[in-house]
Ligand binder design. Structure first.
Ligand code: MN
Length: 195
């Protein structure tokens, strides 16, 4: 079973995440940040990665540490669950439309973290949520998940739609990239022999 559990406690946040890469998209995400829960639900539902997240944080400052640290913990869990990456497809991309918004995510489960974030949100807030935290989440997730992750906004004007399309595009690409390739199920997908 390709699953992992990560607990991470600092002076700022207390987080536990459980994931199962071979799931059905069952989720139960409670971070204390409503919009972020909604996005984590999308990440699970459209990657088919089962995901349980419990987080508490220093909300009296803002949501920054909580969102960032969930990204760290989820990235660490992904790295653990992938193990030696034997048999995975590794690369995937998705163009995802949502009403006015279209976002493209391209990723490589390379163990070479790199984030390209070409997303221009016109509002500072979605409800009470700081939109700049979306990039912080994906920066932490790609760094600790060993993901080369490119996210490009093709177009869109509604911040909620753009961000949700970004999470869904990453989710859908992740679904394909973590999947086992039956033509090469016993090999690590690199000419180096390791990832
Ligand atoms: Mn929504």
């Amino acid at each position: 079973m390709r699953s992992a559990e990560v607990s991470r406690k600092t002076a700022e946040t207390d987080i536990t995440v459980q994931i199962n890469l071979d799931g059905t998209g069952h989720y139960d995400n409670q971070t204390g940040v409503g919009f972020f829960d909604h996005m984590l639900d999308q990440l699970s539902r459209h990657s088919l990665i089962d995901m349980t997240v419990r987080a508490t944080g220093d909300y009296h400052i803002d949501d920054h540490h909580t969102v960032e640290d969930v990204g760290i913990a989820l990235g660490q869990a992904l790295t653990q669950a992938l193990g030696d990456k034997r048999g995975i497809r590794r690369y995937a991309a998705c163009h995802l439309p949502m009403d006015d918004a279209q976002v493209r995510a391209a990723l490589d489960l390379s163990a070479r973290p790199y984030l390209i974030w070409n997303v221009d949100l016109k509002t500072d807030k979605i409800g009470t949520f700081d939109t700049e935290l979306v990039r912080e989440f994906f920066q932490a997730f790609s760094t600790h998940g060993g993901i080369t992750l490119h996210v490009d906004q093709i177009h869109g004007f509604n911040s909620h739609h753009i961000v949700e399309a970004a999470f869904k595009a990453v989710a859908r690409a992740l679904r394909d990239a973590v999947e086992t390739d039956p033509r090469k199920a016993d090999a690590v997908p690199s000419t180096k022999g390791a990832l």
